[in-house]
Design a protein around this ligand. Structure first.
Ligand SMILES: *[C@@H]1O[C@H](CO)[C@@H](O)[C@H](O)[C@H]1NC(C)=O
Length: 273
């Protein structure tokens, strides 16, 4: 794996531009002349703040980072911004990064461990839904679940979706994620959430992970059994219905393509009559 960081890049740039000015045989500025796909590949491996900081390398590098197509915002990014003059404008920094990206944003990963206004996140999702988002992860480590807007369900190009500690409630008008291959939900299902119709609108789903941490009991094996392309199924169900446990083998046995199965029934209370 290519390991590179901004310090190294800056050092290389110094070597190229700085000390060799006098020489007639200055080495070619091979970094600046690297093809765009190589540059994006390098930038994509840097932490976001380092990728954006490459804009200080030279005039040529000023806008290179805007070719990024994958934006990964780790929880530490907010911590880092808190130590800078952007402390009170952290959300605006992300707004601006997103707005500057020139092409499609195929991957967006957000991990937060502090309060961020749900509306800001919804705004980003709306923006991403128009930028060809295919791989979306929102991990909320903060105690209060995030309220996501229906914008999420307009991201029709999604192939991979991971949500944790968000409310999950597909609207009745949801037409489906026609390309969705993997879904990982550790979410809070709302009272009126219907997972059955949701699953039937994700016809390609191959990998499904659900952690019903709030014991809402929305997960019905009979509905999952209709996902005929399923290869990996992982269910963590809290306080499941005993009948469900008994019938799980028969029901899931109908999944012809299943290769991996993890069932974790927590807090089972078998009531003997
Ligand atoms: C699903 O997400 C949880 C936490 O968000 C993570 O721990 C787990 O590894 C993920 N599972 C898969 C199969 O991606």
């Amino acid at each position: 794996m290519l390991m590179i960081n901004t310090c190294l890049l800056i050092r290389i740039m110094e070597l190229i531009h700085g000390t060799h000015k006098a020489s007639k045989f200055a080495p070619q500025d091979f970094i600046t002349n690297m093809p765009d796909n190589v540059v994006t590949n390098i930038l994509g491996r840097l932490p976001l703040r380092d990728a954006v900081r490459t804009s200080i390398l030279s005039r040529n590098w000023r806008f290179k980072w805007t070719m990024l197509s994958q934006i990964v915002i780790a929880a530490s990014f907010f911590g880092y911004l808190s130590q800078t003059s952007y402390r009170n404008n952290r959300v605006r920094v992300i707004d601006r990064i997103l707005l500057h990206v020139r092409g499609a944003i195929t991957k967006f990963f957000l991990s937060i461990d502090e309060v961020i206004d749900d509306e800001d996140i919804n705004h980003w999702i709306l923006f991403l839904s128009r930028k060809g988002i295919k791989d979306l992860t929102i991990k909320n480590w903060y105690v209060t679940p995030l309220k996501l807007h229906t914008h999420l369900f307009s991201c029709l190009e999604l192939k991979h979706l991971t949500l944790s500690n968000c409310y999950f409630n597909p609207p009745p008008t949801f037409h489906g994620f026609p390309n969705l291959l993997s879904l990982n939900l550790s979410v809070v299902f709302e009272e009126n959430t219907e997972l059955g119709p949701f699953f039937t609108r994700c016809p390609l789903l191959e990998s499904l992970t659900i952690n019903d941490c709030r014991k809402v009991g929305k997960v019905k094996l009979i509905e999952i059994a209709k996902l005929e392309n399923l290869k990996m199924l992982s269910l963590i169900l809290h306080d499941p219905d005993f009948e469900m446990i008994k019938s799980s083998g028969t029901i899931l046995g109908s999944l012809a393509k299943l290769q991996e199965l993890y069932l974790d029934f927590k807090d089972c209370h078998v009531r003997l009559k």
